[in-house]
Design a protein. Structure first.
Length: 323
């Protein structure tokens, strides 16, 4: 296929991202000694950076690839929330952020010599209040009509509830919109009747109740998920083994293109962003899977939450075609 045409169509495609917003904080440093107080390394901090995480990173991937994105979620009235809003504005991402009297979710990673030393999280994973739900649901009914596809990014931080998913799916089906879900273990029962779910191997195993140990169990798990959730397709990401796309009448296995894997943080966000943007821009399901596979191969080669660019993606796709 002519990938260039699909990538050109990215510029006119609008994706609505619904999910848990996360502020990723990276503290960078170096380790030269062990603490005399406890057997732990002393990190001499050299820099700190903030990046968009969770559903915000999905939206960031879409915009980085040339598409347009609106992200819908919750953010607190606190300094991390202010930073999150500033990052979204700087990246050119439209947003509808709602306050539910909870702190903004923050994941802080301490990294020295390109290795993560420790991570600590600040979050409230409780279910959102009824007032916030009504406000978000009201916004979604109009917003879905204005976008070409919908992504539900579930990080299990309280945004994605049964009522929220039903509202999004109902409005999307009414408008005949493609709905993709990046799932979380324990929430699979929420995702019935979506267009696509993108679990990794562990999530697919637990969601289907089938331990995936070989090709046979992989096929059984994928088909079980499709049947159990009445969804149109399942894309199981398999790390160094690539990914497997399940549709009604066939299964396609796509080998990985990643040459170097330094950090898998946010790779799932890249997969669902690139897949949905590609499909909404005219690619078939298989073509969208191939494109998302190449996009993921780009981001895992970088440390920290990274995003691909159209230039890098097209270069990777062209190299893959030559091979």
């Amino acid at each position: 296929m002519n990938y260039n045409n699909v990538l050109k169509n990215f510029r006119g495609t609008k994706i609505l991202v619904i999910g848990d917003l996360i502020l990723d904080c990276y503290i960078w440093g170096k380790v030269n000694r062990i603490s005399p107080e406890a057997p732990v390394p002393i990190v001499e901090v050299t820099n700190d950076t903030f990046m968009l995480g969770g559903a915000a990173n999905v939206a960031d991937n879409i915009v980085a690839l040339g598409g347009k994105a609106t992200v819908v979620g919750m953010a607190g009235k606190d300094r991390p929330g202010d930073i999150l809003r500033e990052l979204l504005e700087t990246r050119g991402i439209s947003s509808a952020l709602f306050d539910d009297s909870r702190p903004t979710t923050v994941k802080t990673r301490v990294i020295a010599h390109n290795q993560q030393i420790v991570r600590f999280d600040k979050e409230d994973r409780g279910t959102m209040g009824s007032k916030a739900f009504r406000e978000i649901a009201g916004f979604l009914k109009d917003a879905i009509a204005e976008h070409d596809a919908v992504i539900i990014s579930d990080y299990k931080k309280g945004m994605i509830t049964s009522e929220m998913v039903k509202t999004a799916i109902s409005a999307s089906r009414l408008r005949k919109k493609f709905v993709a879900v990046d799932p979380k273990v324990g929430n699979f029962q929420l995702y019935r009747h979506v267009s696509l779910i993108t679990p990794n191997l562990m999530e697919a195993s637990q969601g289907s109740g089938i331990e995936i140990t070989d090709g046979k169990s992989l096929l059984k798990a994928g088909k079980t998920l499709m049947s159990r959730l009445s969804c149109k397709s399942v894309l199981i990401t398999r790390g160094e083994e690539g990914m497997s796309l399940f549709e009604k009448d066939r299964v396609v296995h796509i080998p990985t293109v990643a040459r170097h894997v330094y950090d898998v943080t946010g790779a799932g966000d890249t997969v669902i962003a690139a897949f949905t943007l590609s499909h909404a821009s005219g690619a078939t399901m298989e073509e969208a899977a191939v494109i998302s596979n190449h996009a993921a191969g780009i981001v895992v080669a970088e440390v920290g939450t990274a995003v691909p660019t159209p230039e890098k993606l097209l270069e990777s796709l062209n190299q893959g075609r030559k091979v």
